[in-house]
Design a protein around this ligand. Structure first.
Ligand code: KIV
Ligand code: ZN
Length: 385
């Protein structure tokens, strides 16, 4: 069984979600909650980006002692100096520096040749390694990079002192099979690959961030990067709560687990949603309002008889109180009677059957039937006698 390290970038890539801007105390509050969740690494921000980012990364590095804290730096000496200034007092200072490697980024963004990209990467990784004990290097847009060139530059940055190599799917372009093959290729073509850990960083533009991250694990990645609730640039990053629960539930399949305290997931998700203002979609896996809600009569009847008929995850595993039976037009008699009973509105069987017809008529006109609706139906029946 392998232990996969969880690298949380909610405060860096997550904060890059359009419209999100967290202040100093909000970032600190999130970092404390991520520590309770027991992530391995917190990417606290981008120290060179602004004075505010520098101050919050510094404060988080000084405060958080049970996780490693890191900060992002471009392949620029002044960025690395800013990262060192902010992170040097941390429990385990580590830097995350990156440079784009794909032809499209080399030509249009960096305007550099392959040789110049290698030279910049090597020079900046050497500089970073002269300060930081742990240097993570990311090949931005790795999944659209020529594989021989990707292997070449990775070998050179390892020689220069990188200890973790991250393979970002920056634009969420790759498929699970292709992403796994990239990891396999690198493991077969980079001579020094066994000296470093391999990390996956997936974006969700095609809705494949989690599938790609799991494929990376099957092909040798030992660190997964992502955010809580999957927030992040454009369609977001891999949602860490989904990844951790997938590994927990399908443990036999993946033979890998994380150190996350799964019970803290619901609290962490609500906090991030509240502070970022990004509402969690109701049908979002693991943390959505409907993730443990049953509406149809067939499902409700099954769950009332035996939960595992329609629940592969127990809500309390991730810190939710219980599942819920949403009463609506698809609900059945079993759930209806059960809810009356929970509300202390016990009625005889024959009466319940009559009330169920009234309930169905009303449910046809309403999206969801509330407890007040049920009480009103029972009261009306009693008054009409
Ligand atoms: O998506 C990306 O490529 C990034 C890098 C900075 C790692 O976020
Ligand atoms: Zn990213």
């Amino acid at each position: 069984m392998r232990t996969i390290k969880i690298f949380d970038t909610t405060l860096r890539d997550g904060e890059q979600s359009a419209g999100v801007n967290l202040n100093f105390s909000e970032k600190l509050e999130i970092a404390r909650q991520l520590e309770r969740l027991n992530v391995d690494i917190i990417e606290a921000g981008f120290p060179a980006a602004s004075k505010g980012d520098f101050a919050s990364v510094q404060k988080i590095a000084q405060t958080i002692k049970n996780c490693s804290v890191t900060g992002l730096a471009r392949a620029v000496i002044s960025d690395i100096d800013a990262a060192w200034g902010a992170l040097k007092d941390g429990a385990e200072p580590r830097i995350h520096t990156f440079l784009a490697t794909s032809p499209i980024h080399r030509q249009y963004k960096l305007k550099k040749t392959k040789e110049e990209v290698v030279e910049t990467a090597v020079e900046t990784v050497k500089y970073a390694a002269s300060k930081f004990p742990i240097v993570q290097w990311s090949a931005e847009d790795a999944t659209r990079t020529e594989l021989p060139f990707l292997a070449e530059i990775i070998e050179k940055v390892i020689q220069a002192g990188a200890t973790i190599i991250n393979i970002p799917d920056t634009v969420g372009y790759t498929t699970p099979q292709e992403y796994g093959e990239i990891f396999q290729y690198l493991r077969n073509h980079v001579p020094s690959i066994d000296k470093v850990s391999l990390s996956a960083h997936c974006h969700d533009d095609l809705g494949m961030a989690i599938a790609n991250s799991l494929s990376a694990i099957e092909n040798g990645a030992t660190q997964i990067e992502g955010t809580i609730n999957g927030i992040g640039e454009r369609a977001g990053n891999a949602a860490l709560e989904e990844l951790a629960v997938a590994l927990y539930i399908r443990n036999n399949h993946y033979q890998a687990s994380t150190r996350l305290n799964l019970q803290e997931i619901s609290r962490t998700s609500s906090l991030i949603s509240k502070l970022t203002g990004m509402v969690v979609p109701a049908n979002k896996a693991i943390v959505g309002r409907n993730a443990f809600a049953h509406e149809s009569g067939i499902h409700q009847d099954g769950v009332l008889k035996e939960k595992t008929t329609y629940e592969i995850i127990s809500p309390d595993l991730v810190g939710f109180q219980s599942n819920s039976m949403v009463l609506g037009k698809h609900s059945g008699r079993h759930a209806f009677k059960n809810r009356l009973c929970e509300l202390g509105l016990e009625v005889a069987d024959e009466e319940a059957n009559r009330l169920f017809t009234v309930f169905k008529d009303l449910a046809d006109r309403k999206k969801e039937m509330t407890d007040d609706d049920l009480a009103a139906i029972v009261l009306e029946e009693k008054l009409s006698k």
